[in-house]
Design a protein around this ligand. Structure first.
Ligand code: DX5
Ligand code: ZN
Length: 216
């Protein structure tokens, strides 16, 4: 299993977005995680296309766009146009899951599906063969800087078992409350990709923190 760290730009300094993006671009992180919030699916609003485009200009890394928006079907193509390499939408937010997956693929990006802490992994059984990645939320989506919900560990392990049983190569990403203190056990539970916002951007040396997360 590979290990990838995806720093979340939600915790970057937007007054210095270019600087912070280039810092991640020169780090050991392979992906950059981008949290889009609409104020309806989650009780917070973050940013949209112009910010994604600015990040795209400043980095050659894979842009991992996490849509926390209702009716993602309406916007996924525009996120791919704006520079997303992988577009993840929420299971709880889409009306037509297969349709949304098709739109992302047709636009030329990889597809992820995400579940909130209260949604069991079982609901994804039939969807797994259609997606490249599952994003397990280990906090309630909407805000950075929250504590990791420990029950997420069992969900990661259960999903890893289902993926293995189905003979798939689905990537498992985990998002929320991740730091060097818990990264090791999250990888051990079966995660491939760890998203980290406040722990990376709050560190005295973010690039070192990324290395520590990678080797936790
Ligand atoms: C929360 C976002 C996360 C967030 C993680 O809704 O999906 O990506 O930025 O932030 P930390 O790592 O601070 O929990
Ligand atoms: Zn996220």
């Amino acid at each position: 299993m590979q290990r990838i760290v995806a720093p979340s730009m939600l915790s970057a300094d937007f007054g210095h977005l270019d600087r912070d993006t280039r810092m991640v671009d020169c780090s050991a992180a392979e992906w950059i995680h981008i949290d889009v919030m609409d104020g309806i699916f989650v009780p917070n609003i973050s940013f949209g296309f112009p910010v994604l485009k600015a990040i795209r200009k400043a980095s050659a890394k894979s842009l991992d766009v996490h849509l926390m928006i209702v009716e993602p079907e309406r916007y996924v193509e525009r996120f791919v146009e704006a520079g997303a390499d992988i577009v993840t939408f929420h299971y709880e937010a889409a009306h037509d899951i297969a349709g949304c997956i098709g739109l992302i693929r047709k636009a030329g990006a990889r597809v992820g599906i995400s579940i909130k802490p209260a949604t069991p992994v079982n609901v994804l059984r039939d969807i797994l063969p259609l997606v490249d990645m599952v994003l397990i939320m280990s906090v309630e989506p909407g805000f950075g800087g929250q504590g990791f919900i420990p029950e997420a560990l069992q969900k990661i392990a259960d999903l890893r078992a289902i993926v293995r049983k189905q003979g798939l190569e689905t990537l498992i990403e985990v998002d929320g409350g991740i730091s060097v203190r818990n990264a090791g056990e999250i990888y051990a539970a079966g995660a491939d990709i760890l998203v980290a916002g406040s722990s990376v951007f709050g560190a005295a040396d973010p690039q070192r923190e990324i290395l520590h997360l990678l080797h936790a």
